[in-house]
Design a protein around this ligand. Structure first.
Ligand code: FAD
Length: 498
């Protein structure tokens, strides 16, 4: 073997065993296992953040790459299916819309479907845009169906975060990951290069490594406390800085979508699992006191509580570099954008996939670290803009909080997208972007941004032909939804918690 083929980076140490730590362990051990020695350190005395229960469809791709059986994963995590998020009161109190994981109608090659629909509306027909989306209609009807490898619906999951970490731990240990229980007390760095050499535990044990993955949560023990990487604070745009979370008993069938319910100082989530419901209230503590937030949450929960409400504080933004020296930050240690569109678990999985692809076998280089950091930064910026959109387009005037959101300055990238859509209904996604065109359209229209102009593609069709085609699409979706089983019944037979 020549020198350049020597595997210089072999010992990978993952600090932290929350969702991020075990996703990293599962992904690295499955894809690169025989080439690496992977150790994960976690501390029972510190525990995990324990929330993070709604996901997006990319999770299915990650699981497929690991070869996981969907029903096994769902049974182990009490999971239900998720077809989208319902935003209640975001435009104004009493208003609601769903951002689904589906596509809207049949796109033409010249322009996406919503241009045809806008033309139809201007001619007095076409119905509601929602009627052209199978996932959205299935969500509203509480229906669901999938079959291994041939689902007609695009979906994600609601899951128990603690059980998910446990499930991935069993998977990773079986692939050879060594787990060490203990408290990391000291990060040893080279006095010459600043690279991390070892983690010293309270027990006295010293764990050496070549590459370190920081999954220690908000504290960023390696990436920030040791390496002083720095943080880009995005709280001017995304001012949420706290949440109170509590689990409750289910009081009815689990619905196949997350509820995001706006209130005067932020919003509240409701996530139905098979065996319980996850609830939380997200707020800006400049506008809402944590005690008031807890009271609001308690008042809103419909079933008996299973856990005491727990306050979690956070800051929105991202680490300046996701990969600094020989340390890669994944999960909350790398940044957090608030849970509005359930993107954190996706971002961890995206980071692991990039790390697998860019793994520095022959030694950590500045170029690899730069490329990885650039990719993560870009992905986070795109998600950030999508989240800000929900707040910026509000018409709420009932509190200083919402008036502030409406009036805030926004990134130029987002301002341009909003202007384009308003003028011409033009919506797009960049080739590496998580949220696709139809997601942007659903949220922009859901938030009341109705374009003043649109593509002329509708003029290609006589009204009666276009009307016939649109009626046909709507009827087809209606029939398909009628044939689907109830979500609750499907879950019970497909993947019941035993
Ligand atoms: P943590 O769960 O905090 O884990 C940190 C780990 O580091 C623990 O194992 C701990 O023991 C270990 N550790 C720390 N310090 C030491 C030490 N000194 N020695 C040894 N071990 C140490 N994401 C979604 O995708 N969907 C959602 O719906 C969603 N909702 C959220 C709601 C809220 C309010 C918040 C705050 C987050 C939400 N997230 C969501 C994000 C999601 O919870 C996290 O991305 C995910 O749980 C990953 O967390 P983590 O593993 O990075 O950190």
């Amino acid at each position: 073997m020549s020198d350049t083929q020597t595997n210089l980076v072999k010992r990978v140490v993952i600090a932290g065993g929350g969702t991020a730590g075990w996703i990293a362990a599962a992904g690295l051990s499955h894809h690169l296992g025989p080439a690496l020695e992977i150790t994960l350190i976690e501390s029972d005395t510190i525990g995990t953040v324990g929330v993070g229960e709604a996901t997006i469809p990319t999770q299915r791709t990650f699981h497929a790459h690991l070869g996981l059986r969907e029903a096994d994963f769902m049974k182990a995590t009490g999971a239900t299916f998720k077809l989208g998020i319902e935003f209640e009161g975001w435009l104004k109190p009493g208003h609601r819309y769903i951002h689904s994981f589906g596509t809207l109608g049949r796109h033409t090659w010249v322009a996406p479907f919503h241009h045809l629909w806008l033309h139809a509306k201007s001619r007095g027909f076409g119905g509601s845009l929602d009627d052209y989306c199978l996932e959205l209609k299935a969500a509203r009807a509480d229906k669901f169906y999938t079959a291994p490898d041939k689902s007609v619906l695009n979906y994600a999951y609601h899951l128990d975060a603690t059980a998910y970490a446990r499930f991935l731990r069993a998977f990773s240990e079986q692939k050879g990951v060594r787990r060490v229980e203990g408290l990391i007390e000291h990060v040893e760095q080279s006095s010459e290069t600043g690279f991390i050499e070892a983690l010293k535990l309270q027990s006295g044990e010293r764990i050496e490594g070549d590459l370190f993955i920081d999954c220690t949560g908000f504290r960023g023990l390696l990436i920030e406390q040791a390496l002083k990487t720095g943080f880009d604070d995005w709280s001017d745009w995304l001012p949420m800085n706290a949440a109170v979370a509590a689990q409750s008993e289910a009081t009815g069938p689990a619905i196949p979508y997350t509820r995001a319910i706006a209130h005067e100082g932020g919003w509240r989530w409701r996530i139905p699992l098979q065996h319980r419901v996850g609830n939380g209230i997200v707020f800006d503590s400049n506008y809402l006191d944590p005690d008031e937030a807890e009271k609001k949450l308690r008042d809103a929960i419909d079933g008996p509580l299973r856990t005491d409400p727990r306050l979690i504080r956070f800051r929105t933004g991202r680490r300046k570099r996701a990969w600094n020296k020989n340390c890669v930050a994944l999960g909350l240690s790398g940044g957090f954008l608030e849970p509005l569109e359930s993107t954190s678990i996706h971002l961890i999985q995206r980071g692991v996939a990039d790390l697998v692809a860019l793994f520095p076998y022959h030694g950590v280089t500045e170029d690899l670290a730069n490329l990885f950091s650039r990719k993560m930064n870009r992905e986070l910026e795109q998600v950030r803009d999508f989240l800000i959109l929900h707040y910026k387009l509000t018409e709420r005037e009932d509190s200083d909080f919402w008036r502030g959101r409406k009036a805030m300055d926004i990134p130029d990238t987002l301002a341009e997208r909003i202007a384009l859509f308003r003028e011409s209904a033009y919506a797009y996604h960049n080739c590496d972007e998580l949220f696709l065109t139809d997601s942007w359209v659903q949220v922009m229209m859901g938030q009341g941004l109705y374009p003043t102009g649109w593509h002329a593609v509708g003029h290609m069709f006589p009204d009666d032909k276009l009307k016939g085609a649109l009626d046909g699409q709507r009827a087809q979706i209606e029939r398909a939804v009628q044939q689907l089983p109830a979500h609750e019944d499907f879950v019970r037979q497909y993947c019941p918690v035993t």
